[in-house]
Write a protein that binds this ligand. Structure first.
Ligand SMILES: *Cc1c(COP(=O)(O)O)cnc(C)c1O
Length: 487
């Protein structure tokens, strides 16, 4: 029996999975969470024999109201040759850590794991709900979601996709990946603001009833490709099981022993998926929630107070430059219930801060400064020859701090969220300061030499592609831009 989703601010808001996927967000601005987290229901020994697609099937079937046939079609459409390895997600041991390489999809970031399947989930959900309207996907991005969502939805019949990214807050490769996007149903807009501005504007559009009615009359409905959508979150649970099973296969743990994870975190979607995996029965020892200088989550895990009233830093790990981590709301609700969560979110909206009781003891925060991040890339490369991207390096540095503080020596998986090629310039500069003046694209061949990994096919020749999207708007204009595009 498929499970029901309920709101984080009101348990009376209930929806089947397909409805929650189409809506993206609850009508009151809360997020959908599973009413009960399902148990895995299969032993680790049984799961160990499955390939990535089969494993995805076993996990997703517990969360979706799809038939087996529908679900298989979604999975087969998503996890295919778009990934540059038949394993889909390699797990490699380097130095004193296991790296869960989630960046082998088309846009070279872990967002591909969920966004290559989301369009299929959405189309299936629309069919199940008898929705005749054109679905307009509104997306706020800190750099990686945008391209992954564009790649997923470009050319998908019955959908349109709009992406808002911080004009001055993404890497050169990230920016060109988005502004060169093809497809009649795509629209990419830079905003003069940061990710939080974009996400807040998009969230308020989702709950704008007058606008919804206006668009409804025109035959449109909105949905979200951000991790506020459970259709984003649920596919991410799969790779935590996958990492665990591969670690066992590699002899790093025995099936049943506990494994730790460090997750480079921004909007808290990736790590929350891991937490769901643990609640489903995966033997996880500890989660380290890794932040960069925007360490609002680190402070929260230390003090119980979440406070976004602070300077926003643009860092070399831009996909984590976030001060309002939306998915934390879900963990708060699982820990404290709807009433407390509603009050906390109201306080966040009003005062930018709230205090909550953290009952989850298997998760804590660490952070890495810019220098520590760069130093982690350099030292790890010297020791192992392996080149981490800047986000993965934040996680690695956080892991070492956690280990030094806690003495916890259980094996560690570093959730590796992007290819170093997406952040060529900062990665190369970390390896040697002489590259600081270089051009991000010219440096790709240097990185190729250093890493011994060829420039990934999807970004070869990127700098020569035609720029198709040049729109830039003020953060207050986002709603008008949306309306205009849908005229
Ligand atoms: C999005 C992103 C993150 C942060 O993931 P969340 O789910 O938002 O916490 C980390 N690293 C990279 C490369 C990303 O693209």
């Amino acid at each position: 029996m498929a499970l029901t989703y309920i709101g984080t601010r009101d348990a009376k808001i209930r929806a089947a999975a397909s409805e929650a996927i189409l809506r993206g967000i609850c009508p009151d601005g809360g997020l959908y969470i599973p009413e009960e987290i399902p148990e895995m229901g299969k032993t680790l020994e049984e799961l160990a024999k499955l390939d990535y697609r089969q494993l995805a099937f076993e996990v997703l079937r517990l969360y979706l109201d799809f038939t087996d046939e529908e679900l298989r079609a979604c999975i087969m459409g998503a996890y295919d040759e778009k990934f540059d390895t038949p394993k889909i997600v390699p797990v490699v041991k380097k130095g004193d850590a296991l790296f869960l390489e989630l960046f082998h999809g088309r846009t070279l970031a872990f967002k591909d794991m969920a966004l290559s399947i989301l369009p299929y989930l959405m189309k299936t959900a629309a069919k199940k709900q008898g929705l005749e309207k054109e679905i307009v996907i509104l997306t706020a991005t800190s750099g990686d979601t945008g391209k992954a969502a564009l790649e997923g939805f470009a050319g998908v019949e019955g959908t349109r996709i709009m992406v808002f990214f911080p004009e001055d807050g993404v890497s050169p490769v990230q920016k060109l990946q988005m502004t060169t996007q093809e497809g009649e149903n795509t629209c990419v807009v830079g905003i003069k603001g940061n990710f939080d501005d974009a996400q807040s504007a998009v969230k308020s559009i989702f709950t704008d009833k007058a606008l919804a009615a206006e668009l409804d009359a025109k035959g449109y409905c909105f949905s979200s490709a951000n991790s506020i959508n459970i259709g984003r979150l649920v596919p991410q649970i799969v790779y935590y099981f996958w990492a665990y099973l591969r670690a066992a296969e590699m002899g790093e743990i025995k099936l049943g022993e506990e494994l730790n994870f460090t997750v480079p975190t921004g909007n808290f979607g990736d790590i929350l998926a891991g937490w769901y995996a643990m609640k489903m029965g995966l033997p996880v020892g500890h989660f380290v929630c890794a932040s960069n200088d925007n360490k609002v989550l680190y402070d929260f895990f230390r003090t119980g107070t979440y406070d976004r009233n602070r300077a926003f830093h643009v860092t070399i790990s831009p996909s984590m430059d976030i001060l309002i981590s939306s998915n934390l709301e879900r963990l708060l609700c699982h820990m404290g219930g709807q009433e407390k969560t509603g009050a906390e979110m109201e306080s966040l909206a009003k005062n930018g801060t709230y205090t909550a009781e953290i009952t989850e003891k298997r998760m804590s925060g660490e952070f890495a400064t810019e220098r520590e991040t760069a130093e982690a890339i350099r030292a790890f490369y010297e020791g192992t020859g392996y080149v981490m991207d800047t986000h993965t390096a934040v996680a690695y540095a956080a892991y070492k701090k956690y280990q030094a503080e806690s003495g916890d020596m259980r094996p560690m998986v570093i959730v590796s969220t992007a290819s170093p090629y997406k952040f060529t310039k900062d990665v190369m500069t970390a390896l040697d300061a002489k590259y600081a003046e270089g051009d991000a694209f010219a440096l790709m061949s240097e990185l190729e030499k250093a890493a011994g990994v060829a420039v990934p096919q999807p970004i070869r020749g990127l700098e020569q592609r035609e720029i198709r999207h040049r729109n830039v708007c003020e953060k207050g204009e986002i709603k008008d831009v949306v309306k205009n595009w849908l005229k």
